[in-house]
Design a protein around this ligand. Structure first.
Ligand SMILES: N[C@@H](CCC(=O)N[C@@H](CS)C(=O)NCC(=O)O)C(=O)O
Length: 353
């Protein structure tokens, strides 16, 4: 009886005070909705999201011929801006090297980073960062000249392997070569342009980085056929966006916007067909789109239809993939493990409720 009274009392309170909580959560103790956090506030005040990005990784983050930043990671910044400001173009892109990621996040120079960044325990704790969901499951590979005769890591015994500083890449290659009992010389450079310059001048026998990065470099080079990516993956590199640790409200927005991109693809909701779903009778879709009285957006201090804005302006995960990395691009990447879980991949959004 006591418990029932509690539940009924809670339900009554919810009806009056916290409409943002959905029906499934009616037994949860109502707490005030989160305050707008410091990072979200400064984004709203300046009318623009400052996003730390790559400027040298075509397909993921790089300026196009018109000087506009484009790429898979760039679209993640745009999706967050669409959710908070209602405008996917309200982003100030701040190009950063790998080694600059932690300092610019700590100094508050950027609101978030979306720059092929591997989620690791040390970064999550010591960088003062909160990682969002993984947007691209990757692994570290090795690229050589196609005519080098190098076909396996063993062929790099005594060789020079190059990569850029401030990356997970340095430790992985050192660990792997050590475990195989292979001597090698590691040469590191400030950015990957310098790595490729050294490689092309004969200063390195191989370059190593995330496979996505190697494919990007190979496909956007003058002579892709002159390079060969070895059939070896030496690490797990789950890449995703991150935000400053101090603002959990902004971190929640980032997390749910990324999940929303994935969930939209699972629902089959895209930028071109979204209007067909507005009258859907599926309660999951109604909650997701913020229609029929649903307002999950309030839990994030966002408009009820924030995911509608994101999808209309940026598209779902699959659209973002195709636009930047798909068959009509020089990269033509397979979805592989980056397919939806329903297609045998790893992409899985928790429920929007
Ligand atoms: N995922 C790794 C590597 C990130 C990284 O910096 N990759 C290189 C390799 S493609 C890159 O982005 N280079 C572009 C540049 O030098 O600006 C990490 O988080 O440390």
């Amino acid at each position: 009886m006591k418990r029932l009274a509690f539940v009924l009392g809670t339900a009554a309170l919810l009806t009056v005070g916290a409409t943002a909580l959905s029906a499934q959560d009616a037994t949860a103790t109502p707490i005030p909705l989160p305050e707008v956090g410091t990072v979200t506030s400064r984004i709203i005040d300046r009318g623009s999201l400052v996003c730390g990005v790559n400027q040298a990784l075509p397909g993921f983050g790089a300026p196009n011929d018109a000087g506009e930043f484009v790429g898979f990671d760039i679209d993640v910044c745009r999706a967050v801006a669409a959710a908070i400001l209602g405008d996917a173009t309200a982003v100030t892109f701040r190009p950063i090297t790998a080694a600059e990621r932690q300092p610019v996040l700590a100094s508050g120079e950027v609101d978030m980073i979306s720059r092929n960044t591997t989620f690791t325990l040390v970064r999550d704790t010591l960088w003062g960062a909160t990682f969002g969901p993984t947007t691209f499951y990757d692994g570290q590979g090795v690229m050589v000249f196609a005519d080098s005769g190098i076909a396996a890591l063993e062929d790099l015994e005594g060789g020079r392997i190059c990569t850029n500083q401030g990356t997970t890449t340095e430790q992985n290659i050192t660990d792997t070569m050590g475990q195989l009992g292979l001597e090698f010389e590691l040469q590191t450079y400030q950015d990957f342009d310098a790595v490729m310059a050294a490689f092309n001048e004969g200063g390195c026998d191989a370059v190593t980085s995330d496979v996505s990065g190697l494919i990007s470099r190979q496909a956007s080079s003058a002579d892709p056929g002159s390079y060969q990516i070895l059939d070896v993956v030496i690490s797990k590199e789950p890449l995703g966006p991150l935000s400053p640790e101090g603002d959990s409200q902004f971190a929640d927005i980032l997390r749910w916007v990324v999940f929303g991109l994935i969930q939209a693809e699972e629902f089959g909701i895209s930028s071109t067909n979204i209007d067909d779903f507005l009258a859907s009778e599926n309660p999951d879709i109604q909650r997701f789109l913020g229609v029929n009285g649903n307002d999950l957006g309030a839990n994030l201090n966002l408009p009820a239809d924030f995911m509608q804005t994101v999808i209309r302006q940026v598209g779902n995960y699959g659209e973002i993939w195709d636009r930047n990395l798909g068959p009509d691009t020089p990269f033509n990447l397979e979805r592989g493990v980056n397919a939806l879980w329903t297609n045998g991949g790893l992409l899985y959004s928790p429920p929007f409720r």
